[in-house]
Design a protein around this ligand. Structure first.
Ligand code: MOS
Length: 750
């Protein structure tokens, strides 16, 4: 039986009593009892059901839809097509900035990819809407699609993300390769991948005049609201988005998707509330995916196994009509010291839906290739792969020379290796067997993910009854934000967690920013921290100015807020309770707002990254080529840990994605139809419990005084980055066969 072990370091409680506690999820009971209400669980009065009909061709035009047949079906209320869809105030094809993506909102009969929505059927029941959609029997004029990396013309994108150039050159790679004692060149391929959150996108939309209420999962409610406001020509304040629970996001719920908007359009068209829930198959097209990549790495090393050159070239795809570029080569910017580093990206345009942020975008495929190549280089140098990584440890960010804001990667290597028993690893491949004759291999991979921050705002209130309220429109997509942010909130206002009402998950609260880029706790947490500091400061002003308060005149020394009281910093025995302060001031409550944003100056000065080291054991059947991961140990350093239980779960989740990437996940495209041939969870494989080994994580302590006031880096995505390489390298160590095409399936191994 797979066994899950939870190990963690003692967490030092330097703040209040809430941060650092391994609390269980606040939403746990609601979820396991089914009481948590997800978007599609809402059934307002008068609700109609919408089903989207999607294109079965990838490129062409819809020339006929049997709207009459669908309308004649009992229960069908309306069929929405390009002919009758409500007018939009904003053009869904407009591109005001790179983070606004073009949406398919029935603007024409054109088909740009398989799975594109081409009509919507609205009916009294889900069954009638489903049947109506079938009766549309679309006919197409189609052209042969381009769906593979060799099918399009290559170009160099102007950028591969906001502020991220497509090419970066540091030093002279050719000179470094020419001077190298050992050099390798290897090309790795990763397949198209689809997000597949457990909960497919759903929306329940209701219009009241020009006011719109919707229940829909969102990783960024304020951005979704702005997009809707622009599309429908109404003020953002008129829109209420409720998103208390998400059944996973993984990036595909970061920005509003087309089908979610279609649900809103349908509600406007029929004048009644409408529910639209995508099917599993309908997630393969209009809500984003990860582009396939082909990555060529060239590495050189001197006689001591020190890198002389590192070149990372990525070929990937965007859609024919929009721009998203998987920045895989960027994984080589900050990890290994090399006097010469060049990273380049090229893209082709395919007749697929636009790719999107997905689970460690860039780093996941990028580090899969980089960590494999580094292992191949270590082998060429005759060095233990961990020793090779230590010889090439980056003391500063190699491409810029900036110091790291903090970097406990050495400790991650050491702690992980010790726990795993790495020192017993034989250098030569194919030299370990278990008692059943299975080949055993051990591999290591380095994990890295940038410590990002976006912008958020929070509001904090302290009341005369000794309680408090903290509000922020944050997003709990399963990662535990509702729990961890509430812990930060309680410390921020100096109260026990039980006394603080923490309100989150809807767009009428202050903008909680984006739950993405592994930056939500850092960003929303910083906003909460500063709102708490501001409300405590108001309370302190009241007390310090009042002769009757024990805090009178504490001004210079200042006060600390703890357990519902303000204490003088220079003499903690002199304190006063919040209730007394407010009582005397004749106030029912005090409130304040605070913002969280990245510190641009610190960001200039320091390279900010979370790190980790993942160790994998695999067993491979020598006759069948079947690979099982039997052990995974990940040691991670990501600044302050708010809730070790949530963080361990995040690392588990990331490592499981890593297993998935290395051994299971791939969309297989039919080059004639342009459709993925495995658009369901039967054919698109993800690991289940039986595929998962003993997972173990080690939380390596790391203090970071620069990333943000709380010292938080991200933990959400880093787990995937080291794990893929660790498994690939373990497979090589078990078999002596280097598979450079992911996922590593048995046909590729034999
Ligand atoms: Mo994540 S791909 O930033 O939601």
């Amino acid at each position: 039986m797979p066994e899950i072990t939870l190990t963690q370091d003692p967490v030092h409680l330097r703040h209040g009593s809430n941060i650092g506690r391994p609390l269980t999820r606040r939403d746990g009971l609601l979820k396991v009892t089914g009481a948590a209400r997800y978007a599609a669980d809402n059934n307002p009065k008068g609700l109609l059901h919408a089903v989207v009909a999607v294109s079965t061709v990838a490129r062409g035009r819809v020339v006929a839809l049997d709207v009459e047949a669908a309308m004649a079906h009992p229960g069908v209320v309306e069929v929405m097509t390009p002919a009758n869809r409500p007018a939009l105030a904003g053009d869904p094809d407009a591109k005001p900035n790179p983070l606004v993506f073009r949406l398919d909102l029935l603007q024409s009969d054109r088909v740009r990819y398989a799975g594109q929505p081409i009509a919507l059927v609205v009916a009294e029941t889900l069954e009638a809407a489903t049947e109506g959609a079938v009766l549309l029997a679309p006919r197409y004029e189609s052209e042969p699609p381009a769906v593979g990396l060799d099918d399009g013309e290559r170009f160099v994108p102007t950028a591969v993300g906001p502020g991220a150039p497509a090419e970066l050159r540091h030093g002279d790679v050719e000179a470094g390769l020419a001077a190298a004692a050992q050099a390798i060149e290897a090309t790795y391929e990763t397949p198209p991948q689809y997000h597949n959150p457990m909960e497919p996108h759903a929306v329940v939309a209701r219009w009241d005049g020009d006011r719109l209420t919707l229940d829909t999962p969102s990783q960024a409610m304020a951005m979704a609201r702005l997009r809707l406001a622009a599309l429908f020509g109404i003020p953002p304040e008129n829109i209420l988005i409720r998103s208390p629970f998400l059944g996973g996001g993984f990036g595909c719920k970061g920005l509003l998707s087309g089908p979610q908007v279609l649900g809103v359009m349908a509600a406007r068209l029929v004048g009644r509330p409408v529910k639209l829930a995508l099917t599993r198959a309908q997630l393969y097209g209009p809500v984003g995916h990860r582009s396939p990549t082909r990555q060529r790495l060239r590495l050189g090393a001197d006689g001591e196994g020190r890198l002389t050159a590192l070149e990372h070239h990525t070929l990937m795809s965007s859609s024919r009509f929009d721009e998203f570029f998987e920045p895989a080569s960027n994984a080589s910017h900050a990890l290994y010291a090399s006097p010469a580093i060049a990273t380049l990206h090229e893209a082709v345009r395919l007749d697929c839906g636009t790719p999107m942020f997905m689970r460690a975008p860039g780093e996941a495929p990028g580090s899969a290739a980089l960590e494999s190549a580094v292992d191949e280089m270590a082998e060429a140098c005759g060095l233990d792969p961990l020793e090779f990584r230590l010889r090439n440890y980056a003391e500063v960010e190699p491409t810029t020379g900036r110091p790291f804001s903090s970097k406990a990667l050495r400790e991650c290597y050491a702690r992980g290796a010790e726990r795993f028993g790495w020192e017993r690893r034989p250098l030569a491949p194919r030299s370990l067997r278990d008692e059943h004759g299975l080949l055993v291999g051990w591999g290591v991979g380095t994990a890295i993910f940038p410590a990002l921050m976006f912008e958020a705002e929070a509001r904090a209130v302290i009341r005369r009854d000794g309680g408090g309220t903290v509000e922020i429109g944050a997003c709990d997509m399963g990662q535990g934000a509702w729990t961890a942010l509430a812990q930060i909130a309680a410390d921020a206002v100096g109260l026990d967690g039980e006394r603080v009402e923490f309100r989150s998950g809807s767009s009428d609260l202050p903008d909680g920013g984006i739950a993405g880029g592994s930056a939500h706790t850092a960003t929303a947490g910083s906003a909460i921290h500063s709102a708490g500091a501001a409300v405590v400061a108001r309370l302190a002003e009241l007390a310090m100015a009042d002769e009757r308060s024990p805090l009178f005149g504490a001004g210079n020394a200042g006060v600390v807020a703890r357990d519902g009281r303000l204490h003088r910093r220079d003499d903690e025995s002199r304190s006063e309770g919040y209730a007394e302060i407010l009582e005397r001031a004749g106030l029912a409550e005090v409130e304040a707002r605070g913002k969280g944003a990245m510190d641009a100056a610190a960001q200039q000065r320091y390279a900010m990254q979370a790190h980790g080291a993942v160790f994998a054991e695999v067993k491979v059947d020598p006759d069948l080529g079947q690979v099982r991961v039997t052990r995974l140990v990940g040691a991670f350093a990501a600044g302050r840990i708010i809730n070790p239980r949530m963080v361990v779960s995040q690392y588990y989740g990331g490592m499981i994605w890593g297993v998935s990437f290395a051994l299971h996940e791939q969309a297989v495209m039919d080059r004639r139809s342009g459709r993925p041939m495995n658009a369901d969870l039967a054919g698109y494989h993800i690991p289940v419990n039986a595929d998962l080994p003993a997972l173990e994580t080690i939380l390596v302590e790391e203090e970071d005084p620069h990333v943000n006031a709380l010292g938080i880096k991200g933990v959400g995505e880093i787990g995937i980055t080291g794990t893929v390489g660790a498994i690939a390298n373990a497979v090589w160590h078990a078999t002596g066969v280097r598979v450079r095409q992911f996922p590593i399936t048995l046909d590729r191994l034999l």
